[in-house]
Design a protein around this ligand. Structure first.
Ligand SMILES: *Cc1c(COP(=O)(O)O)cnc(C)c1O
Length: 384
């Protein structure tokens, strides 16, 4: 299948139309070999030596990710964190990087507590303030700008094209954590980003049964070679079965994300008119800061993630989560089942997340069931 001539839904559904040359099977085999035979003249002409680096079970999933993100190269990792940290560890000690204040908590923790000790100079800024970004760029020192959009868990929107322009003018690369948007809704490389990162644990796999990550690059580079070396040498590689599961999950990516978007819009609209809720945070709402940018850079929907702030405060928020019957009280996102969590409890001391906030990951259940369940949980959470 020529990915340039078909729509992305088609690429995903057929995993690029892969058919096994020998058996004509339409689903790829799971290669479990750890090692590959050398040619008699001591060469490795087929390009594979050892599976930590060259697992054939990665090929199709990486090709599909490249096609969906319109990138040149993709690399699967054992988790989203393995992918994200590889993007930073491929830099050099002494390099300066800029990241947003509002971002995925574990990665922010790692940047603060590990990356700095390793030698990176890490600066956290308000990414929606482009002047602050311009002021923070240090020509020759800043090598990477990291953004996440929509960003956990306030769904802050960052203008990818505008940030890419400033980043490149400052001599740095732009990496985008596009986990919550998924390639269905945003293609950062087409907006000027150099690297896209996914926690494939979330929408890409979509079934809450796999930890996985990926990086996709716009072009071959010395930096990308270092990313691949970090993967092979630190060993954050995915298993063969996991790569196969991910490929299967991605076949339904578009249906799942489209369903989640439609339902999230209904839920956001319903609860923004609920007297027990002080605020609904969802990029699809017209009064949401960043809505106009989201409408421009997101394609066909605003995502399946939203947060609600419970007017009566933290205790009522926790009690609301305690009273759901259909939503699952759990962290993570992007699965077929809807999840609710009191985010500040997950992030702990020092979190910038308001204590009255409940983070919602909308799945593919019937939307009226989801609305009714959250509505009754809010009432019971207030002693009703
Ligand atoms: C989950 C997540 C990660 C980390 O991915 P893992 O697969 O859990 O390691 C990074 N960024 C975002 C936005 C996430 O939601």
């Amino acid at each position: 299948m020529d990915a340039k001539r078909v729509m992305p839904e088609t690429v995903a559904a057929q995993a690029l139309g892969w058919v096994d040359d020998v058996t004509k099977a339409i689903s790829p085999p799971i290669h479990t070999a750890t090692t590959f035979v050398r040619d008699p003249d001591n060469q490795y002409r087929n390009g594979r030596v050892y599976a930590r680096d060259h697992n054939p079970s990665f090929d199709q999933a990486e090709a599909v990710l490249c096609a969906l993100e319109k990138g040149a190269h993709a690399a699967l990792f054992a988790s989203g964190m393995a992918a994200a940290t590889a993007a930073f560890l491929a830099l050099k000690p002494g390099n300066h990087v800029i990241a947003p204040k509002v971002m995925y908590w574990s990665l922010r923790n790692w940047l603060m507590n590990f990356a700095t000790q390793w030698g990176l100079q890490v600066e956290f800024i308000d990414m929606s303030n482009l002047d602050e970004l311009k002021r923070s760029m240090r020509f020759g020192k800043t090598k990477l700008v990291w953004i996440e959009t929509p960003a956990n868990p306030l769904w802050t929107i960052t203008d990818i094209a505008a940030v890419a322009e400033i980043t490149h003018a400052g001599g740095a690369m732009l990496a985008v954590d596009s986990t919550t948007a998924s390639p269905v809704l945003t293609r950062p490389l087409t907006l000027g980003a150099d690297i896209v990162m996914h926690s494939a644990t979330k929408y890409l796999n979509g079934h809450s049964d796999l930890i996985a990550g990926a990086l996709i690059a716009s072009a071959e580079s010395e930096y990308w070679a270092r990313v691949k070396a970090v993967r092979a040498q630190l060993g954050g590689t995915m298993g063969s079965f996991e790569a196969w599961l991910l490929l299967r999950g991605m076949r339904t990516l578009f249906l799942r994300v489209e369903a989640a978007c439609r339902s999230a819009e209904r839920i956001a609209d319903f609860f923004s008119r609920n007297s027990l809720v002080s605020e609904v945070l969802y990029p699809g709402l017209k009064n949401f800061v960043g809505h106009d940018i989201a409408a421009r850079q997101m394609l066909g929907g605003f995502g399946g993630m939203l947060s609600i702030r419970v007017k009566a405060g933290e205790a009522a928020a926790i009690a609301t989560a305690a009273n759901v019957e259909i939503w699952k009280r759990a962290t993570s996102l992007g699965g077929v089942e809807s999840l609710i969590e009191h985010r500040a409890s997950v992030e702990g001391v020092g979190t910038p997340v308001p204590s009255d906030l409940l983070r919602l990951s909308v799945g593919i259940e019937n939307v009226d069931d989801l609305i009714d369940d959250l509505d009754q949980a809010l009432i019971r959470g207030h002693g009703g």
